[in-house]
Design a protein around this ligand. Structure first.
Ligand SMILES: [Zn+2]
Length: 460
């Protein structure tokens, strides 16, 4: 079983061979913490979480290092603080906490390291000094700029020539720039803006140098996988390559993995269109596992159209798989050992073919339903769970899934009414038993009477 990944650098799928199989290293660009995460931010988090789980399966849990940074110094953060009239540290602390809660709610494992830009300033300053010494950067007017013409391979990742690069970057022609395509490594800060002392005066880093410094600190100069959304290929990733290769005189990331764009109900998501959807808003509509499946139904490199219908369909599919799960355990979490079917691992090893993986999950759930004996059902469940868990799905017990879905009645109240109904039936008060059933139905709770006087419930 060999993992194949589409490498943006080659524009081709190729077999993945890590530099050191005992420590597979992956860096993914993390959030700029000025606002709640939206559903577009969640896409790379879920995709690279699946890749992280797959790498851990292949190389062993302790043999993968996943780094995802927090950008906590940025002009968007400064603007948000000014707009809300609160201290910058308050915005970044609250947004980081919300981000952690939201990503946990959609089932993403925390990365092994989550460096903050503000904790990596000395490393950035050192890297900028090296770039100046080597003739790849220059200081001018309190700024330090990277001289893109000093790096022969500039544009290779995004496959643009210099003119396109300048047009694509919509570069600002500033008096301190020697060449319009040069980009900022360091810029001056006034008294009201966060800043650090440096050889070029008090200032703050540009965004691109943050990722070059943080990846080097935690993964070394050359590492295996660098991920992010395809909107980051240019200029962000192109500039990371230029900085890192020139400063370290060594190759940077070997595999560049990028996810496709996301639209909402057929339109580009933007605040002006009013179709901005935060992860929190979507969690109000459906559980985190449904959000994950809605994201993974489409292959990561394809554009994805996020819609209420798609989320509803995903929620129903996960619910069906939990019903299969419940057939075996009666609602409890399965305590046995699950196993990943080889066909499932093979689908994911084919450049994360999650649409195929979803088809297989349906088949495994079908096998649970149709298996004739309890032993055969359990074997099918082991496949279903091993496969689903690799996607971060079916991670709770069936009762937890059916009971945690949002509804008018709390689970404890539902249990109390079910007990009252059972008592009414024992006392031959069928009118009362029916009344309770109707009351629950009106609240969207469906009862299923099982042999042996057991009543199970689920949300409609
Ligand atoms: Zn980055």
């Amino acid at each position: 079983m060999t993992l194949h990944l589409y490498n943006t650098f080659l524009r081709a799928k190729e077999p993945f061979a890590p530099i050191d199989p005992s420590n597979v290293r992956m860096y993914v660009c993390g959030p700029t913490v000025y606002d709640l995460a939206h559903i577009g931010n969640a896409r790379p988090v879920i995709i690279f979480d699946v890749l992280y789980r797959l790498l851990r399966l292949i190389y062993g849990e302790g043999h993968v290092t996943y780094v995802r940074n927090i950008t906590d110094v940025d002009d968007k953060i400064n603007a948000a603080a000014r707009e809300k009239n609160v201290p910058i540290a308050e915005i970044t602390a609250a947004t980081t906490a919300a981000y952690h809660a939201d990503m946990a709610a959609i089932g993403a494992l925390p990365p092994d390291h989550e460096p903050r830009a503000t904790e990596t300033i000395p490393e950035m300053v050192a890297m900028i000094e090296t770039l100046i010494q080597k003739g790849h950067a220059y200081a001018a007017d309190g700024h330090v700029l990277f001289a893109v013409q000093s790096f022969e391979d500039y544009g290779k990742l995004s496959r643009r020539d210099q003119d396109e690069l300048i047009a694509g970057a919509r570069v600002e022609v500033a008096p301190y720039k020697k060449y319009p395509g040069d980009f900022v490594l360091w810029k001056p800060s006034d008294a009201d803006t966060p800043g650090w002392d440096s050889p070029w005066g008090r200032g703050r880093p540009g965004w691109h140098i943050e990722c070059s410094a943080m990846s080097k600190k935690h993964l070394g100069v050359t590492f295996d996988i660098h991920g992010g959304g395809r909107d980051l290929i240019f200029p962000h990733h192109e500039n990371e390559v230029a900085q890192s290769v020139c400063a370290n005189a060594a190759p940077f990331a070997r595999y560049w993995v990028h996810n496709g764009f996301l639209t909402v109900e057929g339109e580009k998501m933007s605040k002006s269109l009013g179709n901005f959807r935060t992860v929190r808003q979507e969690l109000e509509k459906a559980p985190g596992e449904a959000i994950r499946l809605a994201m993974l139904k489409t292959h990561y490199r394809q554009p994805l159209d996020w819609s209420d219908d798609s989320l509803k369909e995903a929620r129903e599919a996960v619910g069906k798989w939990y019903r299969a799960y419940r057939e075996v355990t009666g609602g409890a979490k399965y305590e046995g050992e699950a196993s990943v079917p080889p066909a499932f691992a093979a689908a994911l090893c084919d450049d994360l073919n999650t649409p195929e993986a979803r088809t297989l999950l349906d088949a495994y759930a079908g096998e649970v339903f149709t298996a004739k004996t309890p032993a055969a059902k359990e074997v099918a469940l082991k496949h279903l769970l091993g496969a689903a868990n690799l996607l971060g799905l079916l991670t709770q017990g069936p009762d937890d899934w059916f009971h945690s879905e949002k509804g008018a009645l709390e689970p404890a109240e539902i249990e109390r009414l079910i007990a009252a109904r059972i008592a009414a039936r024992k006392g031959k008060d069928f009118a009362e038993a029916d009344r309770i059933r109707d009351e629950l139905a009106a609240a969207g709770v469906i009862l299923e009477d099982r042999p042996g006087g057991v009543t199970e419930w689920r949300r409609a």
